[in-house]
Design a binder for this molecule. Structure first.
Ligand code: ATP
Length: 423
């Protein structure tokens, strides 16, 4: 049936001109170097679904190193190559990422560890992928141009909008696949095939995740939470408690969804303002709300990220201070050391008067910068010392109150204060 329905030579022709011509370059070079090349993974799935994808993964049978070098010359772009893993990448100026790997059969030394690579057959490679919809390949060398390889019923599953795992140990071999599954379900609007659903739940209940690489788990979490969340997320998290992979069990209920909604509104607002925010981390913090701080381990996060993750534990103290810090200067001093992510979290967890204060800071006070500095004050006759900061603060306050606009106005005001001080 599928051959009639999907003539992949025609499917390839439907690709945007740019992609079609780059596939033809891949094909010509493959023929020249006598290697077999297949387009694999997410791009094949998205091609069938008519979705855009700029990441093209290729599987190469033959000498990948020489092939890659020749290809990069033809594209006139640099390439990177990892001899140990036999993988390479060419980033095209046009925005497409081309990833190449030899067909691999992975030997798992421990669950969740990085795979060791051996050269193997294409079927073995595809068998080691996460879901059937990602285990499709299309030949792109002349010998196999447009030939679909579908060993595991991926086309059938795409048609039925199902995510099906390839074998029953898959999630135990690599539990990050559970998080990937949730991401795919949300992105594609697919659901899990019954058996897969059961295997995911079983793995989360009985799996031993002690030896998993936590940074790999966090990487998948960051991808899962990089997109706007809707109501489906709480349902999925209730069914599949993926935070078990980090040894956490946060409560997921309706009240949590209302905080997520609130967070999404504020994230929209920050996005409109072009603020560069680690959105995934905000969503993670909100979902982990209520978990004891000592349970939040390092997980390979950098210091800044960790400070954001543990920020809720100090929010109450800050809210108290917001209640009592009434002048703009005090407000500035309270908030100026925080990152945008921390300010955003404050907006999520405050309301009423306190929230207004935070908005006032982010939209106005944080942007009031003086055009003069300490050196100017020293030139005006002030001695170096704490008094410099004192005067600058006074000028700043005056600027907020009466809108001193120019540098001259600031200097004039500073001169006046210094005059009073020197009297
Ligand atoms: P897409 O599937 O759209 O490419 P992605 O960006 O998550 O999404 P990559 O991480 O680049 O994809 O992985 C490319 C392909 O490699 C996937 O389509 C999947 O077939 C396979 N893959 C990635 N991670 C795993 C994993 N942990 N276990 C098995 N297969 C995986």
């Amino acid at each position: 049936i599928k051959e009639e329905k999907y003539d992949f030579r025609r499917v390839l022709k439907r690709l945007p001109g740019e992609v079609y011509s780059l596939l033809n370059v891949i094909r010509r070079e493959a023929d020249k170097h006598d290697v077999r090349v297949y387009l694999v993974g997410g791009m094949v799935r998205d091609l069938i679904l008519g979705l855009e994808n700029n990441d093209l993964d290729f599987m190469v049978e033959g000498n990948i190193k020489y092939y890659l070098r020749a290809l990069s010359r033809t594209f006139e772009e640099n390439y990177t190559y990892n001899d140990k893993f036999k993988t390479g990448r060419i980033r095209l100026n046009s925005g497409y990422n081309l990833d190449f790997a030899v067909a691999r059969s992975e030997v798992y030394t421990s669950p969740g560890a990085l795979p060791e690579v051996e050269t193997g057959e294409i079927v073995e490679d595809l068998f080691r992928r996460d879901f059937t919809v990602n285990a499709l390949a299309i030949g792109v060398d002349s010998q196999n141009w447009g030939t679909l390889i579908d060993f595991f019923g991926g086309i059938h599953d795409i048609e039925h909008k199902k995510l099906r795992v390839l074998h029953r140990f898959s999630f135990l071999d690599d539990p990050t696949r559970i998080i990937r599954g949730l991401r795919l379900a949300l992105r594609l609007g697919f659901s899990f095939q019954d058996k897969t659903n059961l295997l995911m739940k079983e793995a989360l209940k009985f799996g031993n995740f002690k030896r998993i690489s936590k940074p790999r788990i966090i990487k998948e979490f960051s991808l899962l939470f990089s997109k706007k969340m809707d109501r489906r997320i709480t349902g999925l998290l209730k069914q599949f408690p993926i935070f078990h992979l980090l040894d956490l069990d946060p409560r997921v209920d309706e009240s949590k969804f209302s905080i997520i909604k609130r967070a999404e509104c504020i994230l929209d607002y920050f996005r409109q303002k072009n603020y560069n925010i680690k959105e995934w981390l905000i969503r993670m913090v909100v979902l982990l709300d209520g978990v004891e701080e000592k349970k939040l381990a390092n997980w390979g996060l950098n210091r800044g990220e960790r400070e954001i993750l543990t920020f809720p534990s100090v929010i109450d103290t800050i809210i108290d201070k917001l209640r009592t810090n009434s002048t703009p200067l005090k407000l500035k001093k309270l908030l100026e050391g925080f990152t945008l992510e921390q300010i955003l979290l404050l907006l999520i967890y405050t309301e009423g008067k306190e929230r207004k204060q935070v908005y006032k800071y982010i939209n106005y006070l944080s942007k009031v910068d003086l055009k003069i500095n300490g050196h100017d004050l020293i030139e005006l006759g002030l001695k170096p010392g704490p008094v410099i900061k004192e005067v600058l603060d006074k000028v700043w306050e005056a600027k907020v109150d009466n809108g001193l606009k120019t540098r001259e106005e600031e200097l004039r005001f500073a001169r006046k204060i210094i005059g009073d001080k020197l009297k």
